[in-house]
Write a protein that binds this ligand. Structure first.
Ligand code: HEC
Length: 339
């Protein structure tokens, strides 16, 4: 049995690096369902799988993926140590992280993870300062939780990123502070929300890929590939997942409590058909382009449009609240005209 074992190790070594230190095959460990990071879905594989593929292509190596849940760091790193894969993406290049990992080496950084404020495109929340006197959603026990707690802001804590963003969609919180990959991914799929970097370089995390410390040649090759890809390929992949963010824009209008309540009603009752930015979906039209008066708006909403998905809302939402929704939609239109 021992002979067979040695044989296996030998084959792996030959398959991974040739005598010249050239990488022939790169085996990535990645989570099968952890978008925007990685996914088994070939149509949308996640930015870390795409970056690993670009690294392999730059090295003229073949990329294969060993799918493994990455929720627990220890499990995925064991796969690396036991040579089921050669590369794991997504680790912070910090002394604290490397401290207790003598068998691990991290590549050059391929992106910077930042703390980001996500809020509706109207409402004026564009920075940490704007969060004073607002309700801020954060994921428990994360860097952003620590940041918002440290500033003494009014915060609501959720268990997962999805729950945190759902609270924003429901209007339960005014803004969310989150790590840039998750924030960017949310914003690319939810029109009417923007993500703004908080601009605190002290909280930026350089992110690199992990390899076994013994694989010196592999680390050098991966570093070289990342350097080659840094100018165009990496930014293009990150942009596709919303991770390279727009620079901070001037704050939008501050919403009155009445319009904040209207936004919440709109997001819970109307946005699934008319879109989170009210600009329409295949199911219903663009309300920002509604040409009638406020009274016309109220009439349509109260009576509905017979024969369409637009059912009568009379008795369900008060006239006053429908008027507030009309004004909120108008504010959205004014704000998008300014941008
Ligand atoms: C189930 C889908 C659905 C929901 C939910 C919905 N609508 Fe509609 N809405 C429609 C459809 C369909 C129309 C008619 C066709 C069109 O305008 O696209 C419409 C039309 C309208 C119009 C007239 C648009 C025009 O240009 O004539 C207004 C105003 C409107 N909706 C407001 C609202 C408001 C406010 C809410 C939430 C309280 C809401 N809708 C919820 C589907 C929906």
């Amino acid at each position: 049995m021992r002979i067979l074992w040695w044989l296996v190790v030998a084959i792996v070594l030959i398959a991974t690096t040739s005598s010249a230190g050239e990488v022939r095959r790169l085996r990535l460990c990645a989570d099968p369902s952890n978008l925007p990071f990685s996914s088994r879905d070939a149509g949308e594989p996640g930015f870390e799988v795409e970056i690993a593929r670009a690294i392999a292509a730059a090295l003229e190596a073949e990329l294969t993926v060993h799918w493994v849940p990455t929720a627990r760091e220890i499990i995925v790193l064991r796969q690396l140590y036991e040579r089921r894969c050669d590369l794991v993406m997504g680790f912070p290049i910090t002394a604290g992280f490397m401290d207790d990992k003598p068998r691990l080496s991290l590549s050059a950084p391929y992106y910077v993870m930042r703390q980001v404020v996500v809020a509706s495109s109207v409402g004026g929340v564009r920075s940490l300062e704007d969060l004073k006197s607002r309700v801020v959603g954060v994921q428990a026990m994360t860097l952003s939780d620590q940041l918002v707690y440290g500033r003494g802001y009014n915060r609501k804590v959720y268990v997962t990123p999805d729950e945190t963003f759902d609270a924003l969609l429901r209007g339960e919180v005014d803004a969310v502070v989150m790590e840039s990959p998750l924030a960017g991914w949310f914003v690319t799929r939810n029109a009417g929300f923007v993500a703004t970097e908080i601009g605190d370089p002290g909280r930026d995390l350089q992110i690199g890929a992990a390899v076994r410390k013994a694989d010196l040649d592999l680390k050098a090759s991966v570093d070289r590939a990342i350097q080659q890809l840094a100018a165009t390929t990496l930014p293009a992949i990150l942009a596709r997942y919303g991770i390279t963010l727009a620079q901070a824009r001037p704050p939008g209008t501050t919403l009155s409590p009445e319009l904040r309540a209207a936004r919440s009603t709109f997001l819970t009752q109307c946005s699934q058909c008319h879109g989170t930015d009210a600009k329409g979906t295949p199911a219903a039209s663009n309300l920002q382009a509604f040409k009638g008066s406020e009274a016309d708006f109220v009439r349509v909403v109260q009576t509905g449009r017979p024969g369409t998905g637009m059912t009568p809302w009379k008795g369900l939402i008060s006239e006053e609240d429908i008027r507030a929704i009309a004004r909120y939609v108008k504010q959205l239109a004014t704000d998008s005209a300014r941008q």
